[in-house]
Design a protein around this ligand. Structure first.
Ligand SMILES: [Zn+2]
Length: 144
């Protein structure tokens, strides 16, 4: 690892001291990234400085697999939500259909009873017309 001296810009190859510390911030994958700090001494100007060397975070491969798993989980979650919504929609629509079928059945019965009532009324009127004709001396033949 090469670090540049902040004073003179010389390359400093080795730290005289390093230590790890965990960042308080959580990274995106929810883990505390471990950071390696180092104290360096410039061989050119003898300046001492400290700098971050590297983040000892999860390797990229592991991160991408984790991301993949997370993405798949999210897709699954969304899919489950969609399925749940669709199931609820189907349930609602089935209830509505049942209600409508009941309504149609009711209306059909009302219509049927109306037809029956009208038929008997028409029959009664026919009988009335017939008896009136008889009373007035008309015959069925004359009318036609
Ligand atoms: Zn220097």
């Amino acid at each position: 690892m090469l670090v540049k001296c902040p004073k003179c810009g010389s390359n400093v190859e080795y730290p005289i001291k390093t230590w790890h510390f965990s960042s308080q911030k959580h990274s995106k994958n929810g883990e505390k990234p471990k950071i390696i700090m180092g104290i360096f001494k410039c061989p050119n100007c003898n300046a001492r400085f400290r700098t971050t060397l590297e983040s000892d975070t999860t390797p990229k491969e592991k991160i991408s697999i984790k991301n993949m798993v997370e993405k798949i989980k999210n897709i699954r979650r969304e899919l489950m939500q969609t399925l749940k919504n669709l199931r609820e929609k189907i349930k609602t629509l089935e209830t509505e259909r049942a209600n409508l079928m009941m309504e149609i059945e009711k209306l059909r019965k009302v219509a049927e009873s109306k037809v029956i009532a009208l038929e008997s009324e028409v029959n009664m009127l026919r009988e009335e017309v017939k008896s009136l004709r008889e009373l007035l001396g008309y015959t069925e033949d004359l009318e036609e």
